[in-house]
Design a protein around this ligand. Structure first.
Ligand SMILES: Nc1nc2c(c(=O)[nH]1)N[C@H]1C(S)=C(S)[C@@H](COP(=O)(O)OP(=O)(O)OC[C@H]3O[C@@H](n4cnc5c(=O)[nH]c(N)nc54)[C@H](O)[C@@H]3O)O[C@H]1N2
Ligand SMILES: Nc1nc2c(c(=O)[nH]1)N[C@H]1C(S)=C(S)[C@@H](COP(=O)(O)OP(=O)(O)OC[C@H]3O[C@@H](n4cnc5c(=O)[nH]c(N)nc54)[C@H](O)[C@@H]3O)O[C@H]1N2
Ligand code: SF4
Ligand SMILES: [Mo]
Length: 583
């Protein structure tokens, strides 16, 4: 019997559609998936999940867990309960719990561990963050992968870029860098300068689209002046690019349909917003916004074009540096803050001083281990939902594929709590239908979010006067190295801290240490000790520890980006030594 399909719920650009057949997850082919899934979903059901609820280490039933949860909420002022949600499951019904907590006056979060700095920069320039979808990247001639690793994080883009000219700008020689027509192994945190210099040379070489600039970006001359403050020769030498590289970039971009595909690596810094704005400016100079096959593909807002049926008004604290111990009860859903928030020792100290820590998730991890109440969730295969993506315009229904005795869905949990506290809640079907209404079936037969455009900004930008707002000043990048750069990109075997976790530190083989040596890595925030593996795809001035590696965030600061309230994981330098020989 043919049954209805679901979609991968993970925090990933691709948002693949799938179906469970003969106990195996299979990809759909056609709308938003090219007939294959990635290792995460191919092995999804092999990962050991939490099977039962527990309180202070003792196994309890789900109904006992729910009762305990409501008692915890009752113990204190409602604002002393914090609802903290991560991105373990990206589907839309996941917010139904937020509806409950907001409705009773609990505290929620804002800010971002992910793409918030870059998004802020995009909004400052364009007035909104409307993304270039995959279907448009497919129409481009040239694709620049700027701090984005598609083989690991967006593999469904790869079939769409066959035959195109590829430029890669990354401190790591990634798989896509090996295939590229041009690869710039840039020094980390130097992208702002490179983006500014590209625009400067576009202008010098009369390659700018003057008509476009006059109509949609009339302050361009001022920006050009700003780019003149970057010293060409000295800066290029420092950042790992040459005049020849810039010349090649200009040749490859001129008169072409250009897609700049940007990831989160470039903006894990205090000035991350400026970086995205400066990258945008390259396409502004070329007049390529609002044109077919052209644009910047970053992480769009996955909820773009939708309204929420849920109550969301609440007092909020930042996700980056929340002081958990300022709350009596902390309810953590779909997240592992003890591994993924920056500055782990600070987070750990706060969690240990919080009376009630509730973990609602699928897997055991640092956070579940320290929670007094653990509630197992249902997997996406066992519940109904619907999702959208931050990289394409699809809307994917997620029909439950099987039943299970284990866990409770977000809707069931919210529905229990709403009943206890007299909060209004509609039926699950009504919410799902509400979301589905923002979708429309296209001629292709695929469902898409109706209000999203394939080529946004056709009639100018979404700023007050329709013009692009240029960067007017920037903080000069500190070219002094106080140690090595820490880069923490995504791993192919984990989805942040879900699934198989990495456990090594990676250094260039010229580092002076042996593979397998226990390396002591320290920053002003803390220390982690990890065994060494060589990776000659790295620059010699970089230390790579994948996101999700236990302990990595002992090294990272709990500060915010200047704009966008975003974590700045790569802002601090690290020093390395052999364990036992640390100063
Ligand atoms: N397999 C897998 N897929 C994932 C995830 C995962 O954990 N595993 N996580 C998901 C999530 S939450 C997100 S946000 C996305 C992120 O998707 P991506 O942005 O593609 O992921 P990253 O690996 O963080 O960064 C991409 C590249 O940026 C480079 N980079 C780091 N610092 C700099 C810099 O200063 N300048 C430049 N130019 N490049 C730099 C890194 O070397 C890396 O190759 O991936 C999603 N997909
Ligand atoms: N150093 C460093 N740190 C980083 C990053 C980095 O690049 N470097 N990346 C940052 C980024 S981009 C992100 S997005 C964050 C991600 O950080 P988190 O949002 O904390 O993500 P995960 O570590 O993947 O944890 C997700 C949890 O969700 C649970 N889960 C999965 N599915 C469901 C479900 O259906 N229901 C419920 N209730 N729970 C579920 C799983 O048990 C899992 O433990 O990490 C950030 N941390
Ligand atoms: S590529 Fe992304 S959306 Fe597709 S199956 Fe893998 S994790 Fe899920
Ligand atoms: Mo993310």
């Amino acid at each position: 019997m043919a049954h209805e399909t679901t979609a991968c719920p993970l925090d990933c650009y691709d948002g693949c559609e799938a179906i469970l057949e003969d106990s195996k997850l299979k990809a759909l082919k056609g709308c938003h998936t090219q007939g294959f899934l990635c290792p995460h979903l191919n092995h999804y059901e092999e990962h050991t999940r939490i099977r039962s609820a527990r309180y202070k280490g003792e196994e309890i039933s789900i109904s006992e867990a729910l009762k305990l949860l409501s008692e915890m909420i009752d113990e204190n002022l409602k604002s002393e309960t914090l609802f903290y949600k991560g991105s373990g499951n990206f589907a839309l019904m996941q917010d139904v719990t937020e509806h409950f907590f907001a409705s009773i006056g609990a505290t929620l979060t804002d800010g971002s561990l992910c793409d918030g700095a870059g998004e802020a920069g995009i909004i400052e320039g364009r007035g909104s963050n409307k993304n270039m979808p995959y279907s448009e990247i497919e129409k481009s001639d040239v694709v620049i992968f700027w701090g984005r690793n598609p083989h690991t994080t967006s593999s469904h883009l790869l079939p769409l870029i066959k035959g195109k000219k590829i430029i890669v700008i990354d401190p790591v020689e990634t798989q896509i860098a090996k295939m590229a027509d041009l690869f710039i192994q840039i020094r980390p945190h130097a992208d702002l300068y490179l983006a500014m210099l590209i625009v400067r040379f576009l202008h010098i070489n009369d390659m700018c689209d003057e008509e476009f600039l006059e109509e949609y970006a009339s302050e361009f001359e001022d920006y050009y002046e700003l780019t003149q403050t970057v010293r060409i020769k000295a800066v290029l030498e420092e950042i790992g690019a040459s005049l020849g590289d810039i010349g090649q970039i200009l040749d490859m971009l001129y008169n072409k349909k250009v897609a700049i595909v940007v990831g989160v690596g470039v903006q894990k810094y205090s000035d991350g917003a400026d970086v995205l704005r400066a990258i945008d400016t390259i396409l502004v100079a070329l007049g390529l916004f609002g044109k077919e096959g052209c644009g910047v593909a970053y992480l769009g807002n996955s909820k773009e074009g939708l309204d929420t049926p849920f109550y969301t008004h609440a007092k909020r604290v930042s996700k980056v540096n929340t002081a958990f111990d300022e709350f009596k009860t902390v309810f953590i859903q779909g997240a592992n803050p003890l591994a993924q928030m920056p500055n782990t020792s600070r987070v750990l100290d706060a969690i240990e001083h919080t009376s009630n820590v509730v973990y609602f998730g699928l897997y055991e991890n640092e956070t579940s281990k320290r929670a007094n109440l653990v509630i197992p969730a249902k997997t996406f295969l066992e519940k109904n939902d619907i999702r959208t993506s931050y990289a394409h315009n699809g809307m994917m229904k997620m029909k439950a594929q099987k039943e299970s005795e284990i866990g409770i869905s977000e809707y069931e949990l919210a529905s229990y709590l709403c009943k206890v506290y007299g909060v209004e809640l509609k039926s699950e079907e009504e919410y799902l239908a509400y979301f589905a209404n923002f979708g429309v079936k296209k001629i292709s037969g695929c469902f898409e979010v109706e209000k999203r455009e394939n080529t946004p900004y056709k009639e100018g930008f979404d700023t007050d006067d329709g013009e692009f707002v240029f960067l007017e000043e920037f903080d000069p990048i500190n070219m002094e190295r106080n140690g090595k750069y820490l880069i923490t990109p995504k791993s192919a075997i984990s989805l942040n801290s879900q699934f198989q976790r990495e456990k090594y530190v990676y250094l260039h083989s010229s580092c002076g240490f042996k593979e397998g040596d226990m390396i002591h890595i320290s920053s002003e925030n803390g220390v982690v000790v990890l065994p060494l593996k060589y990776n000659d795809a790295l620059r010699e001035d970089c230390v790579l520890i994948y996101s999700g590696t236990p302990g990595v965030n002992h090294l990272t600061p709990s500060k915010h980006s200047l704009d966008g309230k975003c974590a700045i994981y790569q802002e601090s330098f690290v020093t390395i030594s052999l364990e036992g020989f640390a100063k």
